[in-house]
Design a protein around this ligand. Sequence first.
Ligand SMILES: [Zn+2]
Ligand SMILES: [Zn+2]
Length: 254
Amino acid sequence: MGLVAVMSLKSLCTVAGRRLLDSILPPLCLGCGEIVETPGALCASCWPDFSFISAPHCACCGTPFAEDLGENALCVSCLGRRPRFRRARAALVYDARSRRLILPFKHGDRTDLARACGAWMARAGGDLLAEADLIVPVPLHWRRLFTRRYNQALLLARSVARQGEARLAPDLLRRSRWTGSQAGLVAKQRRSNVREAFDVHPRWRRALAGKTVLLVDDVLTTGATVEACARVLDRGGARHVDVLTLARVVRPAL
Ligand SMILES: [Zn+2]
Ligand SMILES: [Zn+2]
């Protein structure tokens, strides 16, 4: 069967059908669809195109640095204002290349990408995962869940949880207020838009007290959403809140 036929067959199938096909057909590169040796891998020519984030980076928010400034160095933004979370890490820079992987995952039902993405995230946030007690996805409002049918942050959180010992708390946070889209809003507007949008589900209140939480989302843009979540978790008695995302926006250094 030709490669194009394999790919179109896979994209036509339901998740269950695709899983079945994946077990019969050769694994394909997540970037371009070339045949690779192991499922969830990138081929040799796609690998360098993806901007994986590694040290050196800001000790707090994880913004990559061009040069090593020491283990505890902070970026200009964190020096000016410390975020509500303790540390944030991301696997990939959110750029044209990673967007081509993330958008189909987010909107196009490529839920099969969660496994590989979770493994990348666990690698990028190894320290955070090792210290976490609870893994909490950023929730979607039910209206958005209704149209999208799945919460991509939950799929990532589940996949990250498989790589460590921490307990997955899928519904610990609830999005109680409809905030619409954050797209097109600047940082300050985003912060006020999501303020008070989240709360802790009553059945998790006791389990949260004194725990270190690893908050999981797909993309970190300004950090407004995860900071709103971190504030609620803080108030709920969490000991620390760390953030792990699949990708993050990286602004050019000033
Ligand atoms: Zn490839
Ligand atoms: Zn920083």
